[in-house]
Design a protein around this ligand. Sequence first.
Ligand SMILES: NC(=O)c1ccc[n+]([C@@H]2O[C@H](COP(=O)([O-])OP(=O)(O)OC[C@H]3O[C@@H](n4cnc5c(N)ncnc54)[C@H](OP(=O)(O)O)[C@@H]3O)[C@@H](O)[C@H]2O)c1
Length: 500
Amino acid sequence: MLQKVVRSTIIDAPIGRVWAVIRDFNGHDQWHSVVDASRIERGERSDQVGCVRNFNLKDGNHIREQLLTLDDRHYKSTYCIVEATVPLQRYVATVTLKPVTDGNRTFWHWESTFATPPGMERELTDMVAQGVYEAGFENLRKHLREGGDLRLPGSSRDSTLATMPRALPVASRRIVVKHYGGPEQMVLEDADCPAPGPGEVRIRQRAIGVNYIDVYLRRGWIPPMMAEGGTPGMEAAGSVLDWGEGAGSTMGFLPGDRVAYLWHVPGSYAQVRNVPADAVVHLPPTVEDETAAALLLKGLTADYLVHDLGQLDRPRPGGAPRVLVHAAAGGVGLLVCAWARKLGATVIGTVSSETKARLAREYGCQHVIVSDNYRFAEAVQKLGGADVLVDGLGEAARDENLAALARRGHWISLGNATGALAQVDTHALLAKSITFSRPVVFDYVATRAELERRAARLWAALADGTLRAPPVERHSLAGAAEAHARLERRATSGALVLLA
Ligand SMILES: NC(=O)c1ccc[n+]([C@@H]2O[C@H](COP(=O)([O-])OP(=O)(O)OC[C@H]3O[C@@H](n4cnc5c(N)ncnc54)[C@H](OP(=O)(O)O)[C@@H]3O)[C@@H](O)[C@H]2O)c1
């Protein structure tokens, strides 16, 4: 008969920090008092499923265990004993972590099943439950309390906190665009993430935001930003693994901290990535990784659109401004609709289907124009014309945009989903004293202070109900091509996220 041992506890540290210690299949000798020495056989990596670790225990016993599964998304690993001087037979154990609701503590569940020689059931069950699991809980608490996970051998705590606790490459997978072209050009490859450089934080990414700019990069529309063979993606959320010189604790980061970033250098379609600490913000406990990946870049775009360029937070002589939002049911569109409405604007949106129209209305769009061929100017003029135009469509909507704008309207051209906007005729602008902006979100978060200020405003808007996160369509990292294909077919609404 199989014996079953189940133990669980709460650890007073964020889940990412606990996981960073536990997932290291070769690290138990650093924190578990029963393990004297640990070694991975055949020079394999300690996070390679199938690798075998060799334990010398302090009581003189010897155990070889094999890693069976390692799931960074669900913080779960399974392993089994393949050989041992202790008579544990068919031993299979699973470790699972879950975040406690407040986000800063961790629930740790450890369970196993095994057979024993007759008569040894009680002795071995007690040994596993108390000597391994319960002792392990206490040992790990002590290890984290003393900052053992932050120290390099032979260095003082303070100096190590300021530099990197580990400097090895970490196994990762990433999407590579083989050649500029269609979604099929994106393939998943194994590629180690190198040790973080000076000023960089290494992040184990869990959710990656998909943005329309990723499509432009893949097609080869912006070669200076991404060459063929490059990895697309401008943002992600996950947890801190480690950091390079000058980043880390001096900038407020610790291993396991939950973070998100947006950065003007593509490369986020990956499991593990180094990014400058200046581009990284902490996540509030209430914001899940998926929500952060769906919201950060798009939400900060909505932030500068409504506050900086639209100036919707300031009183206007003519009363409530009319804001025209194209792709109103898209990732950016829904957020702009909601925020503009909250600030008192009259919100007009264009979408290509009735289903999208319903969603846009739910997010605050009062007048929805359904058109899949970019004919909307007449309907907008019937409402008085657009004082602010949020245009992610580009070329196909150019003439209708000019016709839809009100006198002294402001045309914000932020994207080119239909094709690059050809030169804008200044005489056409002159006819109605139209102003024109061509902004990029990265210029609105160019300093750490500005990024933090805007991110704080975004999380606050989410918390007080000003904004609702858009619906999220999830794909695996390997499914990036399908995500792009759907985005380009206009088949999506809300935000798309890749799960690493
Ligand atoms: N400059 C910046 O700072 C910045 C930052 C973020 C995003 N953007 C831009 O904002 C726009 C929206 O980005 P997003 O990531 O939130 O994407 P999205 O709006 O979720 O998706 C694009 C939407 O554009 C509409 N569309 C119309 N014609 C299209 C066509 N021929 N091909 C594909 N889509 C078409 C579709 O909505 P319908 O079917 O309803 O028409 C589609 O769902 C993009 O232009 C993007 O480049 C700019």
